[in-house]
Design a protein around this ligand. Sequence first.
Ligand code: GTP
Ligand code: MG
Length: 455
Amino acid sequence: MSSPDTIVALSSAPGRGAVGVIRVSGPGVPQIAAGIIGGLPTPRLARLSCFLDAQGRSLDQGLALYFAAPSSYTGEHVLELQGHGGAISVDLVVSRLLELGCRLARPGEFSERAFLNGKIDMAQAEAIADLIDAGTAAAARAAVRSMQGEFSARITDLKTRITDLRAYVEAAIDFPDEEIDFLSDSALSQRLAAVFTAFASIAAAAHQGALLREGLTVVIAGLPNAGKSSLLNRLAGDDIAIVTDVPGTTRDVLRQQVHLDGLPLNLVDTAGLRPTLDVVEAEGVRRAHQEISRADRVLYIVDAAELDPRAIGDPAPKVEGIESLPAGVPVTIVFNKIDLIGAPARLDDGADPPRLFLSARSGAGMELLRAHLQAGVGYLKAESGAFIARRRHLDALKRARQHVQDAADILSGTRAFELFAEDLRLAQHALGEITGEFTSDDLLGEIFGSFCIGK
Ligand SMILES: Nc1nc2c(ncn2[C@@H]2O[C@H](COP(=O)(O)OP(=O)(O)OP(=O)(O)O)[C@@H](O)[C@H]2O)c(=O)[nH]1
Ligand SMILES: [Mg+2]
C-alpha cells in the first residue's frame, strides 16, 4: 500500500527551539538522503551530518537518522533530520527537501500511512493524537494504554469470542440433524454470558477514557443573585466572575476549566434567568438557555435564605424557575448560602432531582458537590485502567452490544439460528469500526485531518 509520494514536515513544534525535527517518509528517501546529506546513514544509527543545499553549501548541521522500510513509524523509508530549531533554518532545510522531490505532508499524513501500512490500527492512531492533546496526567496515561494497543487487544478478544460463538452456531446450521442436541446444551448461553461480561468491562474502561478525554460540561444556572458566579469562583479557586449583590450582574457566558482528580470539568456560568426588557440581559438569558440545553449537568442554584424554611425539609419543594429547564438534561438543585440560615451542608442523592445544600461563600459542602459531580457520571477517582476513547468508540461498542443482545433474544425466542448468526456478524462489524477494519475515506479524512502537521 506504499504511496508513491515522499512527504516532508517539521515534526517538532514550530517556532524557536533548541532542536527542529524534520521528518521525511516515502520511497524517495534514499535519493533525497543522497542530495541533502550525501547518502543514506546506517539504519537506526545517528550520524552527524551537514544538511546541504544544491551548491553543496551547508544549510545547517545536525543528526540524521534513517529507518528502512518497513521498520519505521510509517512503514516506509523514513529520514529524520534533527537540526537547529530556528524558524528560518528549518524553512531552508524543508525548502531544500521540496526541491529534491518531496511534497509537504498533510496533517496526520505520517500516521495515516502508518495506519494504511498496518503499523497501527485506528484506535491506536487516535490515541496518539489524544496523547498529544491530553489535558491531564490521567488522560495521558489512558492514551498511552490505548496507543500501546491495550484497547485494541480487548476489542480483538471480544471479536474472537463472538467469532467462536458464530462458528459454534453455524456448525449447527450446517448439520441440521445434530441441531437439537448441539444447541440445547448450556454451552451456548454460557458463551453468550461471557461475551456480555466482556462488553461490560470494556465499556466501563472506555467510558472512563471518554470522560478523561472530553470531560464534563457543568452549567451553573438559576435566578439572579442566587450565587452562581460565587460558586464558579469557588470551584475554580480563583476570582474569575464578577460578584456583586446587584441582581443581573452576569450577562455573558463565562467558561472555566478545572480538574477534579483528573476529570476535566468545563464550568459554565450564566446570566440569572428572569424576564427582562434590558436587551443586553435578555441576550444573556437567551445564551444561558442555550448552554443549559447542551449541558451534561445543570447546577440549578437557589438562594436558601429566600426559601420558605418549611421547603428545606420538604421532599419536593417548589423551586422557582426550575420548570424553565428542558427535560432530559440532568439537574441538581443547589441550595446556596446555607451560612445565612445556619443549616448544615448536605447531599440528598435520593431526591429527584438530587439536592445539595452548600455555601459558596464559606465553602461548606464543596466536597459533597465535587463527589456528586464525579458520581453522576460514574467517574472512578482511582487509576482505573481506562483506555482513552472517543464517542465514536462508545457508539460502536453500544451498537455491537445491541446486536449481541438481539442475537440473544432470538435464541430465547424463535431459535432462528440464521438470524442469530447474522446479528453476531453485525456485532463484529461494529467492533471492527473501532480498530479501523471497516473505514470510509470520509472517516479517515476526519480522523487524520485533526492531527498536527508532522504527526
Ligand atoms: N452569605 C452568602 N452570600 C453569598 C453566597 N454566595 C453568594 N453570595 C452573595 O450573593 C450575592 C450574589 O452573588 P453572585 O455570585 O453574584 O450571584 P449570581 O447568581 O451570579 O448573580 P447574577 O450574576 O446577578 O445572576 C453576592 O453578594 C454574593 O456575595 C453564600 O454562600 N453565602
Ligand atoms: Mg453572576
